[in-house]
Design a protein around this ligand. Structure first.
Ligand SMILES: [Zn+2]
Length: 609
């Protein structure tokens, strides 16, 4: 037997098998049972939610020899021939590929001819793709349908179906399938097909499927054939992550990767918008039943990192980009422009962009890290205990609604004081030795001051975005840096080398970092082994009075402070690694051609060629 995809193999064959369409299926079933079936239906809803499967089950039940409460038996000759695609009672037309008037005329001419069964069923998939002529030909038939014929029109976009056609059908709307219903189905398929899939694989499939049974099973198939969860590069996930990090280079690279494997920019942007909507729902405490638990935690984390203003602005700009795609030759451009505007608000002088910058600053202040030279000016450049205690009390954005986090990660503590009282024994800042004079680590106060005045501002954009939400909370064998939640902490772990390098440059000696989750015990994160080469210190429980393990031979004292750090090269930094970008399509119109196309009547004053 030829190989069948999981979706085909596990396609529902009876009304009772259909999942997650509880308002549609009972209505159809009782219509069949009570012999009240209409002559034309419009099934609308997202792809992969069971529209065509339901239409086929309807066709079966209208011709079945031994109906069971409106459900087809599945074993009579008629049911079997419909299942194998050999029935003369069921005709399917994909309007996306046969959208001309001839295909419809041909279909209609055969509609009047009798067939072996009681009812002849026509399924017209993607009916919104029919040409105007074909739609009108179909309309004529719907106005005066042959008695033994039932039409089922299926579409993902009911608003594009002619209103006159819509009004002659019974419109049934299919919704996305709740994640718990799909999860149950996936587990059943895995058991029935005797597949070996990890929990990660199931979660990945549900996430990729986003409420569509077909997409979920396709993703499951991918997991099975790849022997594990495939890398999610170039996906909507990667773009969302880049938006959270304000990393324009990563966002553009993800778009390039996605389009290089054949994804169309428009559906990509639409999926991105759907992903942003989930983040928005998480931010306002809206319903997220279509997402599995793990994905819910992830969108909650993203909602926290982006903030409501950024999420709203992202949805707005991506929505505008989708609308603009109709009018440009290369649909990638509006998406890329929107992503660059979103990740570089400093290039944008609209009120929304300025609001977003304020929003970012507020969140940085709230978490106790403000880069040097920022207009908020809470960072004192002078060494010693930094007078930062009052600033963070300023009203920030309203606190996020309670979320279902993986663990109850507390929001960033509102007051990043130099030293918490319960950690008093850690090195008092004023007594700290001058930088570079010994192997002893700087105290929390000194670290905080240096961090706010110099170090944070000297980091790459990416590191600054990730570390901006954290604060120093202790200094013993290592400088302990607290981040709002475990996901954020893990992400910062990737860039630890860069930050340690910046600290070493500032203090003139190695300053090992220990990343912890804010509010968790002082002990190092249990699930993270410190990298072997890092200087060993006494156990974290030791007080700072205990001699710190000697560092490698004290290095000659370097300039304790590097020459004035150059202002970060924001504009170039945002472009990311150019080597990761794809070459432009040489057959595409040149930039100048695109611009002149976008601005009809414009004159090229200085042609660079
Ligand atoms: Zn039957």
């Amino acid at each position: 037997m030829a190989y069948q995809t999981l979706y085909r193999r596990y396609r529902s064959q009876r009304f009772t098998d259909l999942r997650g369409q509880d308002h549609v299926v009972p209505a159809l079933r009782s219509a069949v049972r009570d012999d009240r079936v209409g002559h034309a239906y419009l099934f609308s809803g997202p792809r992969g939610t069971g529209k065509t499967s339901t239409a086929r089950i309807l066709a079966k039940s209208l011709n079945c020899d031994s109906l069971d409460q409106g459900d087809p038996c599945g074993i009579c000759e008629s049911c079997r021939s419909i299942e194998t695609g050999t029935s003369f009672d069921l005709h399917e037309l994909d309007a996306a590929s046969n959208n001309g008037v001839d295909a419809i005329r041909d279909l209609i001419s055969r509609a009047g001819i009798g067939s072996p069964g009681r009812t002849k069923v026509y399924i017209l998939d993607e009916v919104h793709m029919l040409s105007a002529g074909a739609s009108n030909a179909l309309l004529k038939t719907l106005e005066d349908p042959p008695a033994h014929v039932v039409f089922v029109l299926a579409t993902t976009d009911p608003h594009k179906v002619l209103p006159t056609i819509r009004s002659r059908t019974q419109h049934l709307e299919f919704g996305l399938i709740p994640a718990d219903v799909l999860a149950e189905h996936v587990r059943w398929v895995i058991a029935d097909a005797e597949l070996d899939v990890s929990e990660d694989g199931i979660a990945y499939s549900l996430r990729q499927g986003g409420g569509s049974a077909r997409d979920t099973l396709s993703a499951l198939e991918q997991v099975v054939s790849a022997g594990g969860v495939p890398a999610e590069g170039g996906s909507v996930e990667a773009i969302l992550e880049a938006l959270c990090e304000s990393d324009g280079g990563a966002a553009i690279t993800a778009v390039a990767e996605a389009t290089s494997v054949g994804r169309e920019p428009r559906p990509l942007a639409e999926d991105l918008l759907a992903g942003l909507r989930d983040v928005f729902l998480a931010a306002v405490g809206g319903p997220l039943e279509h997402l599995p638990d793990e994905a819910r935690n992830q969108v909650a984390d993203r909602a926290h990192r982006m903030g409501r203003a950024t999420i709203a602005r992202s949805m707005e700009l991506i929505g505008e980009a989708i609308a603009e795609m109709r009018h440009v030759g290369d649909a990638r451009i509006p998406l890329e422009v929107a992503l660059v505007r979103l990740t570089s608000p400093e290039l944008d002088s609209t009120v929304e962009a300025l609001l977003e910058r304020v929003n970012r600053l507020e969140r940085q202040i709230e978490s106790g890290a403000v880069p040097s030279g920022s207009p908020a000016g809470v960072a004192a450049a002078a060494p010693g205990p930094a007078p930062v205690a009052e600033a963070p009390a300023a009203p920030g954005p309203p606190p996020m609604p309670p979320r279902r986090g993986r663990e109850a990660a507390p929001a960033p503590a509102p007051a990043p004081t130099a030293d918490s009282p319960d950690r008093a024994p850690t090195a008092p800042a004023p007594a700290a030795a001058p930088s570079g004079s010994s192997g002893e680590l700087p105290g929390v106060g000194e670290l905080t001051t240096a961090w706010q005045s110099t170090v944070l501002g000297s980091l790459s954009n990416r590191a600054r975005a990730r570390y901006g939400a954290g604060r120093f909370v202790a200094s013993d064998s290592a400088a302990e840096f607290a981040l709002p939640n475990p996901i954020h902490r893990d992400r910062c772990e990737d860039l630890r080398d860069e930050v340690e390098g910046a600290l070493e440059q500032h203090f003139g000696r190695p300053v090992p970092l220990r990343l912890v989750v804010d509010g968790s015990p002082v002990a190092p994160a249990p699930d993270r082994q410190p990298d072997p080469p890092r200087p060993a210190g006494p156990p974290p429980a030791a007080t700072s009075d205990a001699p710190v393990a000697p560092e490698p031979p004290p290095e000659p004292v370097r300039e304790s402070r590097p020459p004035d750090p150059e202002p970060p090269d924001d504009d170039l930094d945002h472009i990311g690694d150019v080597s990761e970008l794809d070459d432009a399509d040489v057959t595409a119109p040149s930039t100048m051609e695109r611009i002149t196309e976008l601005f009809p009547g414009a004159e090229v004053v200085d042609d660079p060629s």
